[in-house]
Design a protein around this ligand. Sequence first.
Ligand code: ADP
Length: 487
Amino acid sequence: PLQALNDASLLKTQALINGEWVSGKSTFAVHDPATGALLAEVANLGESDTEAAIAAANNAWGPWRSKPAKERAAILLRWQQLLIKHADDLARIMTAEQGKPLAEAKGEVSYGASFIDWFAEEGKRVYGETIPTTDAGKRYLVLKQSIGVCAAITPWNFPIAMITRKVAPALAAGCPVVIKPAEATPLSALAVAELAQRAGMPAGVLNVLTADSQQSIAIGKVLCASDVVRHLSFTGSTEVGRILMQQCAPTIKKLSLELGGNAPFIVFDDADLDSAAEGALISKYRNAGQTCVCANRIYVQAGVYDAFLEKLATKVAGLKLGNGFDAGVTVGPLIEPAAVEKVETHVADALALGARLVTGGKRAEGLGAQFYEPTILADASQQMLCAREETFGPVAPVFRFQTEADAIALANSTEFGLASYFYSRDIGRIFRVGEALEYGMVGINTGLISTAEVPFGGVKQSGLGREGGRQGIEDYVEAKYLCLGDI
Ligand code: ADP
């Protein structure tokens, strides 16, 4: 699939340190999850490369932060325009290494690009403050200054957007970055870095360290332990988030963490059921169920349970599983064999505990080993694994509930608190439930909530901080108080 790129020079296999493409001492293989085919051998970097990238970023910090925000924004906007110009190639690279349908990959390129122009503009509005004095001889001022070298460790499910969502606010605020993309999807990260180079990003301002899973751990340790790195932003599992948080404790590093979710999707008996079924379909099966905001538990009020299930099953029958490059495909492969095994474990556990299989429930026949059929499980219950853990696959367990209070209690009975969704047409209920859900984000009568202009993030063990929106740049600046005496 990568032979057909319009601009073959977007296919980079070396890492980027201080504006130079570097090979490292070894390489690691990147495979197509749909076919298992080898796509590329990519530079496998390590600890000394990480030190070099941190040093390069630190050297670049002074000149970068001294530029007016408007000049940084001009470079960022050129970068954003290059992403849009090369959207077709970027989408091809993404589908090849990540598996998502080509139309979804194109959607991600424009979503990813949208963080760049949003934050290029926000960077111009990092306002300080003057505070009314309480002492006639003094004046109080607050400056907002760039925090310093920032590290970003990103996942494979959104190979471009999870990078731009972290890197664009850092760069706009005047911070250089060291990016460690996921081992499954380095090619998208490198293509985007190549476009940053073409946009005129100064050497050292944006560095990309590619590595396999083992070296990623080593690189992570160096980034966390570094005194120079002032901020770490991570998107991935709660388990790895905890490790990184511990590793960052000695240097008291600022952290932004976007971790796991266990999103409830509640359908009340006053909901528009067609709209709810459509929302559930999009929220659940997008990216083959591999997003941290995917509906994980679908709670349906008893009076509309059967009707909703029937509507959802009809919609799921219209999904097309297959290679993301094939026309009409809406659900691609899972990222790796372990992901398929996790889905199989969740489904087997649910069936053993009394769930009823409505559709799917097995690997697809005639496709590669990593394709799992879009699945619906009825009569799901709280003791099942799929109620407690994020499945991260195309499985929709549907639970029955009786009252609004029950739905809220069930939805909140998790250590996670990222996205939640509910469908209702009752204005009182919309406010009551919207306020009662212990989540960072609530989709009401919609299954799609992400956009660059809003704060994305979780409460409880789903993370720290917010990305996107006006809030997304705050982690990258420090408030400095100036006290002027002798006035
Ligand atoms: P996912 O569940 O999305 O696979 P992970 O949390 O395993 O998420 O991985 C997300 C990112 O974190 C990837 O870039 C991966 O290489 C990196 N990573 C995984 N384990 C560690 C670790 N111990 N230290 C640093 N980075 C890690």
